[in-house]
Write a protein that binds this ligand. Structure first.
Ligand SMILES: Cc1ncc(COP(=O)(O)O)c(C=O)c1O
Length: 459
């Protein structure tokens, strides 16, 4: 018999979570204006809002916290982190930031200006936010079949190289800020990007004289998919693969809250000293001095350790194995989920779940609400709410897919928790025809509205 995946760690401490009644949840949800971000964490039983910053640190990471060097400049923690980043990514220059979007803010202050075009595979919402805030445009060149949830292409996070080249061809050189490749492709369902695709994008970047930035939040999960799915990589270690992935980029932005398994932190990796120097000025202005940039010494220590733990093959097999197991269960029950299952989350197609609800009534948000009411499980909408308004016309942008994301925190929940989630979602699936309407916006912010939006239930 083939032995199943198994966590390469055991549990040393636990945190109590509390069940609630449906009546309690109905009241809490209403008071939260049907916005998942407004719920208090104690009102949630299983929190799948995000896999960002929600992972469980190891005893070694906690140990590293105790030996953090809090010197303002030149702390040993900074050098420890620099060494880990060089080892795992190959980048010679780096700047610490307090999280991923801060890395975007600093790097884009150098690379992106008004009127620029920033193509790539699908940009994450904060990435797009930082591009649009600078009055530049993000162009999504993800392969079209990523939007077909039944398509089983092993690398549905890839950029369509033909589309990308067309954008590069059509844009004057001075308006090409950079290309951004997000690995894994979160917006397209946590789908991986192949090495061949990264190589192809690098080739285009060279031909059109534009920089390539990798948005790296889930770079280790991406490397696991390359190792297990792409020809020629089976015998390579995860770190050999990550170094090759980053060798194709000029710079990387990192939200360390994902694959580096820390609760806060980020960084920018760069090849070129000039770019590092320019970015340093913005880092000092927005984040902090270049050897701490928004992070404490202890947090840099935990991050350095987390980068090594997050790039262990056995750990990644257990982590992605757990996500796949939940996804396969839902798929077997008939729930329309994005296939193949991605690295960090299950994506449920709310358009297929509730075809009776028009996109203008946010069917995915309605589904997230129903899953919460059923089991106290908090997921998040990745649909019309998150797609926000067109900055020019101010009309809703309607993405092709209305998704609910159930993101699985790293090393936090057991497979029993996942079975509970599967049962709750199946119950909502069975009652899908009883839900008739979606939600309407009562109040929204001018940009990134989904975080703070207030909604009314339409019935
Ligand atoms: C692909 C991607 N890029 C960037 C970010 C932003 O990182 P942070 O939340 O650390 O600011 C995220 C966060 O979820 C992400 O998934």
């Amino acid at each position: 018999m083939i032995l199943p995946y198994c966590e390469p760690y055991k549990i040393k401490t636990i945190e109590t979570i509390r069940q609630s009644t449906r009546q309690e949840r109905e009241e809490w949800m209403k008071n939260a204006s049907y916005n998942m971000f407004n719920l208090k964490s104690e009102q949630v039983f299983i929190d799948l809002l995000t896999d960002s910053g929600t992972g469980a640190m190891s005893d070694r990471q906690w140990g590293a916290i105790m030996t953090g060097d809090e010197s303002y400049a030149g702390a040993s923690s900074y050098f420890r982190l620099k060494e880990a980043i060089r080892d795992i990514t190959g980048f010679e220059y780096f700047l610490p930031t307090h999280q991923g979007r801060a890395a975007e803010n600093v790097l884009f202050s150098v690379l992106v200006k008004e009127g620029d075009i920033i193509p790539g595979n699908a940009h994450f919402d904060t990435t797009k936010g930082h591009i649009e805030f600078r009055k530049a445009k993000a162009v999504d060149c993800t392969v079209s079949w990523a939007r077909d949830i039944t398509n089983r292409d092993p690398f549905k996070g890839n950029a369509d190289l033909g589309h990308l080249e067309q954008v590069l061809k059509d844009t004057p050189r001075e308006k090409l800020g950079c290309i951004v490749m997000t690995v894994t492709n979160n917006t397209a369902g946590g789908q991986p990007v192949s090495m061949a695709n990264l190589r192809g994008v690098r080739d285009l970047a060279d031909r059109y004289g534009v920089l390539l930035v990798i948005d790296s939040a889930r770079f280790a999960e991406n490397a696991w998919f390359i190792k297990t799915r792409e020809e020629g990589y089976t015998d390579k270690s995860i770190r050999e693969i990550t170094r090759e992935m980053f060798s194709y980029a000029d710079a990387m932005t990192m939200s360390s809250k994902k694959d580096a398994i820390v609760n806060i932190g980020g960084f920018i990796g760069m090849k070129d000293r000039e770019l590092f120097r320019k970015a340093s000025t913005f880092n000092i202005m927005f984040e902090g001095y270049i050897t701490y940039g928004g992070m404490s010494g202890r947090d840099m220590n935990a991050l350095a350790q987390g980068l090594y733990e997050g790039t262990e093959f056995d750990y990644l097999s257990a982590r992605i194995g757990q996500v796949t197991r939940l996804g396969e269960k839902l798929h077997a029950a008939g729930v329309p989920v994005q296939m193949p299952i991605g690295g960090h989350a299950i994506f449920i197609d709310a358009g297929k779940f509730y075809p009776q609800i028009p996109a203008s009534e946010f069917p995915a948000q309605r589904l997230a609400v129903e899953i919460y009411l059923e089991g106290g499980i908090r997921g998040t909408e990745i649909g019309t709410l998150m797609a926000d308004r067109d900055p020019v016309t101010r009309g809703n942008r309607y993405p092709e897919l209305e998704l609910v994301r159930l993101a699985i925190p790293r090393r936090v929940y057991t497979d029993n928790h996942m079975d509970y989630v599967a049962a709750a979602v199946q119950n909502v699936w069975e009652g899908r025809e009883t839900v008739r309407r979606g939600l309407a916006i009562r109040w929204e912010a001018p940009i990134m509205r989904h975080f703070t939006v207030e909604l009314d239930l339409l019935g």
